[in-house]
Design a binder for this molecule. Sequence first.
Ligand code: PMP
Length: 346
Amino acid sequence: MIPSRASFRDIPLYSPSKTPCRVDLGDNTNLFGVAPAAERVLRESAPALLSRYPRGYAPDLRGALAARVGVAPEAVTTGCGSDDVLDSALRAFLEPGEVLAFHVPTFVMMPLFARVNGLRVRQVPPREDFDLDAEALLATEAKVLYLCSPNNPTGTVLSRAAVERVVERAPGLVIIDEAYADFARGPDFMDLARTRPNVLVTRTFSKAWGLAGMRVGWGVGAPALVAELEKARGPYKLTTLAEAMAVAVLEEGSDWVAARAALAVENRERLRAELVALGLSPLPSEGNFLLVPLPGAVQVAERMRERDVNVRAFQALPGVGDALRIGSGPWPLLETALVALRESLR
Ligand code: PMP
């Protein structure tokens, strides 16, 4: 076999467990389904579209997002999921060997993107209340800092004071991942992307917006910053159909999205009450999921899987320990999951 890059060889392939099961609460997607506006695009699209390349850099979606957020189209980037936007940002702003720093626990792909891009990583443990330890993060002196709010997997939000302190003092780029912003009550950090030269806020159509299968992510930052990021990801990362669906959901489906997000939040709290009744203590959450500290979570998740219910298990999370992450959605699905959980705890 031809050897790959030395620093690359022992990186594992990230393999999400995607064997179909009856109730899948494992990936925080929109379990209410897809917005009618996106279905309409699918029905009405001409097959002739598919044999030609999309336009580079998704100009229609960029324009629609820019209008929604109140920035120039040059301040918006898009990608094949926000994964692609995050990965491209690391490539554009860090040389191999330089340092990416982030708080832990957080989005599991970040260490992997760092390794694939030849970066070193500094991880900063959470404070007791799961807010950001701004001073510890700044002390890493890393040229790129990654923050996630609401954070996956904890569901907790970062305080405005801590985030602003980091943005003011950071030596380089601050990425704020807001994949779950649509479920949060408080104000988001998009204003920082509009006003600060060193902030990139990332968002996705995969969660509240119901288009995980189409792979559409986006980001907002100063036009000069976005221009560098676009170079790192290349053209055609959004398919013609994905771009058309995302634009349609933005322009015609945001009420549908907001109503489903509100229901996911309502059912998340109903689920919390049931879990508390079982003697469990889920963390406070502003996402469409709950993190439930539980010793032996991996084994519990395996027993739930035998009952055709998928939840995400974590081992030894910093500040948490073993835990289950349970996605929220239509109540009947959560009820089925609760039955499986009760049986699996025995
Ligand atoms: N950020 C966070 C915090 C996530 O949880 C996820 C999805 N698991 C992503 C980014 C990436 O999502 P996508 O690539 O589907 O936009």
